[in-house]
Design a protein around this ligand. Sequence first.
Ligand SMILES: [Zn+2]
Length: 453
Amino acid sequence: MSETSNVDLVIRGGIVLPMDDRSAFEGDVAIKGGEIVALGADLDFAASEEIDASGRVVLPGLVNAHTHECMERGWFEDLPFDVWLNDHALPKDRAYTPADQRAAALLNQAESIVSGVTTFVDMFRFPGEAASVAVDSGLRAVIAPQLIDSTPGVGETLETNLAFFEEWHGAGDGRVSAWFGPHAPYSCSGEALAAVGEAARARGTGIATHLAESRWEDSSIREKSGLSPAAYLDQVLGLGADVLVAHAVHVDVADIQLLADRDVAVAHCPTSNMKLGNGIAPIPELLEAGIRVGIGTDSIMTNNNLDLFEEMRQAALVAKLRREDPAVLPAWTILEMATIRGAEALGLADKIGTLEVGKRADLILIDLDRPHLWPLHRSESGFGNLVEHLVYSARASDVVGTVVDGQVLMADSTLRTLDLVEIRRVVQQQGDDLLRRAGAEAVVLERLGRRQL
Ligand SMILES: [Zn+2]
């Protein structure tokens, strides 16, 4: 018998798709101290735990580059963007309490783990609650408190963002990153944006915000400043490689060049953009300009789930529709956007996004034993249609295992770090309560069962 060395975990006998320049191969992944220590066929390691991955794809964990951990799924639907935002979405945030935020974080993180998301960017309220849940759930989290000063009481402030950074940056053995989260160019004053930029840069951390999401935003900012939203944000906040903007729908050639020159990263949220009727982000043009682009679900208010497989498919289809060209954004590029390009957008590509020796062990297992993933074709050198299956046909519900930082968060579809039964109870109770406190019963409950033309 050959000599074996001890590791913590071996994922055994899967179809490993590392998402670097190697193609998929049948084999194992060995993990020690949260790090990938070997990849290959028939690895000779003794492990504390082995997971049988036969018939399953082993893929880098998905990166959700933009969301808000909230509970208002199915509340404010089919409304014009400015009405949705200013009359419903933001005023409702005033009713949020830390207990609501804890319930929302439990809901979103449980849904993320079962859906194959291993890293997420969250912008919302009471960030300490979200960070505390992330420490327990085991997920990798970038949390950017949603700072708003145009309407008092609906968002976080520079003071709460600073306090959050001091308390939580680097928590969970480095899995939790505290960023700054100015909501948008229209909901923060120029002074607030300048102060956020200064505070984030003094601490060497990132900034997440929304940019150029709607025509309403575009005309509001042009009216106020004479500049496009991108040029205005550059003037007041200062754009740079530390800035991640969600949407970038209404950007012209000059804006794209500006984002590229400043090395700004973009979170593409196609479902949210479609659902709110905001338009289609020019993703092929952004990629051609060399911009780092990841994919985000946006919140469950505007999606209405955290299924990044669905989001990949939407991203591919809407780009082809917009350009009237089925060759744009091929499956491989889309899968990169949900993994390594997403990691690059968050400045985490040295740690995650591919399966390589020396990187942190963030990976997921996808069950191929589903009729919608048959047939899978293969040759000596690899698997012919595997990537296409993952982008155009797979669903979040095909994910059966989730590992982050070497910790098994879900195996054989069973959660290990969170209790789904308890989360369902808490979310139902807290969600009902929030609906009343937010005064949203009339909007949400009275339309039930009614025919709407
Ligand atoms: Zn958003």
